[in-house]
Unconditional design. Sequence first.
Lengths: 111, 274
Amino acid sequence: MSLYQVQKFLFNLNRDEQSKEQYTNDKTTLLRSYDLTDDEREALSQGDIGLLYVMGVNGQILMHYAAFLGIEWFDYLELMRKGITEHGQVRAGVYAMTGGGRSFTKEREIS
Amino acid sequence: MTLVYAGLTSHAPGMTGRAHMVENTNERDLLYAALDQQRQEIQDSGAEALIVVAAEHFANFFMDNMPAYCIGIGEYHLGPIEDSAWLKIEKTTIPGAPALAGAIAQEVIQSVDIAYAEEWKCDHGIMVPLHFLTPKYDLPIIPMNINCQGPPLTPLSRAWAFGEAVRRACDLSSSKIALIGTGGISHWPATPDSGKINEAWDREFLDRLTRQDKAALLSYTDSETYQDAGQGGFEIRTHIAAAAAAGGPCHVQFYTANLPIFAVGCTVARFSVA
C-alpha cells in the first residue's frame, strides 16, 4: 500500500497541464515514475474513483481528478458509494463516508 | 490603519460549477446578490490589493513539504487548476503584489513561522471568491494559505496569531488593503456526504464571530470539529484568522443551508475593522 505515491501522482496530474496531456496520450509511462502496487497502478490507469476513494485518497485530490476525467457530479458521488459497497470502508485519511451512504442532495441514478 | 476591509466568503466549487443544477434558484440568487454587494464594498473601500486567506486543496502544497502557513509573494498567480468546464471559470492570470506581499511576509514572520512562495496556483478555494469579488482580475491579490486539509493541523490559537500578525503588517503599510477569509463552516465536501450541513453548528460558530468571543472561537478541538462539522470544518481557521485581523465584530450578511448542491452553508459576512 503506497497511498502517498497514489496521491502524489494525482496531485501532480491535477495541477500540471503537461502531465494531463501525457496521461491522455501515454499514461503507462507517466505511472512508471511512481512507486505503486499493481492494484494502485490499475486503479489510476482505469480512473477507478470508487477504489481510489476507499484506498484513502484525499477527497479534494480525487474530486479534481474526477473533474479531469469528465465524470458528472452525481455519477462521481455514486461511484464513491459504489466503491464502499464493493471494497469496504475508507481505509485512511479524513474523507470517510459518515452519512451511511444516503444522499444529501436530490440526485438522479447513475447512468 | 490601512486595512480598509475585512470579510468572509464561501468558496465551494459548486457556487460556479453547479449553479445550473440548483433547484432553489431564489436562494442561489440571494447568495449571488450578497456576493455582489461584497464586491461593491471592497471596491468602495478603495483597496489597492486584496489578501485572500484561503484553505487550498492541493493546488500548491503536498505532503512532501506542507507548510502550516504560506504567503504568495509572486508577480502573478495562475488558476484555476481544475477543469475549466467543471468549475465554469476560465483559466487566467491574476496579478500579484510582490513588493507589498514581501513586506507583509517580512512583518508576519516576526511572530509566525510562515513559508512564502513566488509561484502560486489557485484552485476553487481562491478562484470562486475572485470570480465574484474581482471578476475582471484587475485587483492585485496576495494569497495566503492555512493548511486545513489534513493533520497535523495548526492550532486555532495559532490561526488567530497569524491573523493578528497579518493585521500588524497591514497597519505598517501605506497601501489600502482588503482581506477576505474563505472557507467552509461545517461541510463534508468531496465525500458521498456532499451536501450534508450542520446548520446549528454553523450558526453557533457565526454567533461566536458576531459577539467577538475569542475564547469560544478557539475552544473547538479538531476531533469535535471533525465529528460535528466534518473534515471541511477544519477550514474555520481561515475565518478565525480573518476575525483576528479585523479586530471587530462580524456582521453576517447572508447565510443559507438550503443550497446543498453547493455542499456548504453559503456565507457572506463583513467585519468591523477596529
